[in-house]
Design a protein around this ligand. Structure first.
Ligand SMILES: Nc1ncnc2c1ncn2[C@@H]1O[C@H](COP(=O)(O)OP(=O)(O)OP(=O)(O)O)[C@@H](O)[C@H]1O
Length: 365
């Protein structure tokens, strides 16, 4: 069942929204509509569903409408047209009270620039929402400590947030978002400001957290970075000029781009470095076994990194989550198929660019 559903969602800033929508529906571009009406179409008829416990990524270039779309879901920005449902509730019909309750209890948000109070300690930041909601001190401190532990910040309760590194500040932001056990996490470029190594750590930790949470959060994750989208997303929506160009799994986006725009985005991706083990994983067969102490990989390990482990594993390779539970196995065949498909893709790209293996000119060029 869908946790979030957006139906015919539009956000049009300024000018004459009714007319802007009509013109956009008639096929006018965003720039032409702005010229004609003075309206900026930030979100253009978005329709999507986010399933329970899914990480749904919205990816697009700067200005494509990602942040506006995310903020229309919790109505930090008021949609101009359309509906948002969370389960059976129509959020777009909520009054202020219900909206506040939704944001406090069900839906948390993590921002790119952390949004922390500099004069509060780490724990003071994390417990803030609970304090405002009137929870007594002992209880909220307990919950804040648990949340800090979850993001690996136990021991930092009394530090000043301004003294922490960017990565640690973002952990505080995440702990604050998780403190009230939200069902839904909205993450707006949450890792984009971090150094690449810290960023990769945070991505891995979020994926692990998502595995271990019980019940896991449903996550709407915004990024402008394709690699991050492919790594994090169960499904990805690609946005261009306010419109969703395609929604699909990472594999679908890579192998069946819906149009030239998506194709141009994914063209140069080395999919073996991005597509994770879980996409080629299968269930263990009735007549197969894997040793409990044998080699194993995480469901998030990119396919290219499976090859050495597969050589060691004398048969199918175990895929275990961070708690050690067997999720499935990958076999050499499945991995080789991916590698071959990737090589085929590269060959097609080269052919389009006028280079082929058979072309002697190209060989010496
Ligand atoms: N308050 C506003 N008034 C007018 N136009 C706006 C406003 N907020 C956003 N826009 C416009 O709406 C479009 C979408 O902006 P949005 O910030 O959602 O894009 P984005 O994909 O999140 O980009 P970025 O990653 O740069 O934030 C852009 O054309 C932007 O200029």
């Amino acid at each position: 069942m869908a946790v979030i559903e957006a139906e015919g969602l539009w956000k049009i800033f300024g000018g004459d929204p009714e007319r802007a929508r009509t013109l956009a529906k008639e096929g006018m571009s965003k720039a032409e509509v702005k010229e004609e009406t003075g309206s900026v179409i930030a979100v253009d008829d978005a329709n999507f569903e986010v399933q329970e416990q899914e990480i749904f990524v919205v990816m697009g270039l700067s200005g494509s409408g990602k942040s506006t779309l995310l903020r229309c879901v919790n109505r930090l920005i008021e949609p101009t047209f359309g509906k948002v449902h969370v389960h059976d509730d129509e959020v777009t019909a909520f009054d202020e009270d219900r909206l506040r309750k939704l944001r406090r209890t069900k839906m948390s948000m993590v921002f790119q620039n952390f949004g922390l109070f500099p004069h509060r300690t780490v724990i003071g930041n994390v417990e803030y929402g609970l304090e405002v909601a009137g929870m007594d001190k002992e209880k909220r401190r307990g919950k804040a400590r648990q949340s800090l532990e979850l993001v690996g910040l136990d021991g930092y309760e009394d530090s000043q947030t301004s003294q922490l590194s960017g990565g640690m500040q973002q952990r505080v932001g995440l702990a604050r978002a998780l403190v009230n056990d939200p069902e839904i996490l909205l993450m707006d470029e949450a890792f984009s400001a971090l150094d690449p190594l810290i960023r990769a750590d945070m991505q891995n930790e979020l994926l692990e957290l998502q595995e271990q949470w019980d019940p896991a959060c449903t996550i709407l994750f915004i990024t402008h970075d394709l690699d991050e989208a492919l790594k994090m997303g169960d499904r990805i929506a690609i946005m261009k000029d306010g419109r969703i160009a395609q929604i699909g799994t990472p594999t679908e986006i890579l192998t069946e781009p819906a149009d030239e725009y998506v194709r141009s985005f994914v063209e140069n991706v080395d999919r073996t470095k991005i597509v994770p083990a879980r996409t080629v994983m299968r269930a263990l067969g009735d007549d197969e076994t894997v040793a409990a102490d044998g080699p194993s990989v995480s469901p998030h390990t990119p396919i290219a990194e499976l090859l050495p482990a597969l050589v060691d594993a004398d048969g199918p390779l175990a895929v275990r989550d961070s708690g050690g539970t067997l999720q499935g196995v990958v076999s050499q065949d499945a991995v080789m198929e991916e590698v071959v498909q990737n090589a085929d893709g590269a060959r097609r790209r080269d052919a389009r660019a006028g280079r082929t293996d058979e072309d002697p000119e190209a060989a010496v060029a």
